[in-house]
Ligand binder design. Structure first.
Ligand SMILES: NC(=O)c1ccc[n+]([C@@H]2O[C@H](COP(=O)([O-])OP(=O)(O)OC[C@H]3O[C@@H](n4cnc5c(N)ncnc54)[C@H](O)[C@@H]3O)[C@@H](O)[C@H]2O)c1
Length: 368
């Protein structure tokens, strides 16, 4: 066994159906007396419940959130937090709500209590992102790690099937890439593999029966583990590509993950034989074609599999945009299990653009 260092991030997890009822009590433990409640439109009912629990401790309610946290939005929310003398942010919603809470915590150094309603996993990381002129800037700061996370699977039951499945692929990507990302070690790999196992087991059930609360619980726990795995390691090639796609074209974050993951995996697989074996076991698929099996899972889950099907604020992604994405992603990638150039990234993006099933043969053709 190689020597390693693992730092456990200090966050409290409260997990269980109905745990929404415990939010105000958890907020008390964090000393919240002037609470800012951030939520997206879909979480309005859950936010109503929490607002009632908080009573006079609720200082500000904020329901404007946007993907990738535009800086202008963050600045307005921060000013509102200042005006309300806010000492705790509670966020209810997907990664976009958590992201806005993180933007506030970053400047105001106040704790976050997160109540996630998707599988994005941001609530388990010290990573924040802010988007300016077509560029998403990410950084790490312990101040943005939610101090308490309340997971209530009942809140995810209303998440539409396609958003659920794409979001689950976002979570899968965290765990998959954590198996070889900078900072990975036996602890993070154990967490990541359990995340993969839970997601692979529960996702087909959720797709077939979105109201299955037990499967929703397993998927949410798998997503929590995946967020922990991402939070304890570093973003690799796959995440860099997705951040560029999100920052440059404002593509839906989870959709970008569902399209790109299998192609990055196929590219890196030849350099990762033992990781692929363990991944195959966790996914419950035969070894040898893990990337293909992930692509099959994406098809069976009805998530996007073609970049050409994705559109952002400027309309559909064009084939001519791929070289821009490849260059920007290549400039951001510092380590990868095998050497990777902008041309390699362009090759795998082309396959993703056309929605081709990745195979070892395709990788060999597009390689160096
Ligand atoms: N910092 C990190 O560690 C990290 C990790 C993962 C993702 N992210 C960020 O999170 C963002 C994406 O998060 P996301 O994929 O959760 O998207 P999101 O928060 O934008 O939510 C996606 C959609 O689902 C809806 N929704 C959320 N919960 C719902 C529910 N329970 N029922 C019905 N509808 C619901 C939302 O209203 C929205 O329309 C991106 O900006 C991404 O960069 C950050």
């Amino acid at each position: 066994m190689e020597p390693f260092v693992f730092t456990q991030l200090a966050a409290r997890m409260v997990f269980g159906t109905g745990s929404l009822q415990l939010v105000a009590q958890e907020a008390d433990q964090l000393g919240g007396t002037h609470v800012m409640l951030v939520h997206d439109a879909m979480a309005a009912t859950a936010a109503d419940t929490v607002a009632t629990q908080l009573g006079s401790r609720l200082a500000v309610r904020w329901d404007e959130v946007a993907q990738h946290v535009p800086i202008e939005l963050a600045e307005r929310a921060r000013q509102t937090a200042t005006d309300g003398a806010v000492d705790l942010v509670i966020c209810i919603g997907g990664g976009s709500s958590t992201g806005l809470a993180k933007a506030i915590a970053l400047t105001h150094r106040i704790p976050i209590l997160a109540v996630p309603t998707t599988y994005a996993g941001s609530e388990q990381t010290t990573i924040y992102g802010l988007t300016g002129e077509r560029h998403k800037q990410t950084g790490k700061d312990h101040a943005v790690l939610p101090r308490t996370v309340v997971y209530d699977p009942a809140l995810t039951v209303g998440l539409p099937c396609q958003i659920s499945a794409a979001s689950a692929f976002n979570a899968l990507a965290h765990s998959v890439e954590a198996l070889w990302a900078t900072g990975c070690n036996p602890v993070t790999s154990a967490i990541a593999l359990e995340g993969v196992r839970l997601i692979a087991h529960s996702l087909p059930i959720v797709v077939a029966a979105p109201g299955d609360l037990a499967a929703r619980g397993d998927l949410l726990l798998g997503a929590a583990f995946s967020g922990m795995a991402l939070g304890a390691t570093a973003a690799g090639l796959h995440h860099k590509i997705c951040h560029v796609l999100g920052g440059m074209f404002n593509l839906t974050h989870a959709d970008a993950h569902s399209v790109v993951l299998a192609h990055v995996l196929a590219f890196n697989a030849p350099a990762l034989p033992s990781e692929m074996d363990r991944l195959a076991q966790a996914l419950g698929v035969p070894p040898g074609d893990v990337a293909g099996a992930l692509w099959d899972l994406a098809v069976a889950s009805h998530v996007p599999i073609k970049l050409s099907d994705l559109a952002g604020t400027g309309g559909p992604l064009q084939r001519g945009d791929l070289s821009l994405v490849a260059d920007a992603a290549a400039a951001e990638v510092s380590t990868n299990p095998r050497p990777v150039t902008a041309a390699d990234i362009f090759g795998l993006l082309e396959q993703a653009y056309d929605g081709l099933r990745p195979t070892a043969k395709t990788v060999a053709r597009s390689g160096h």
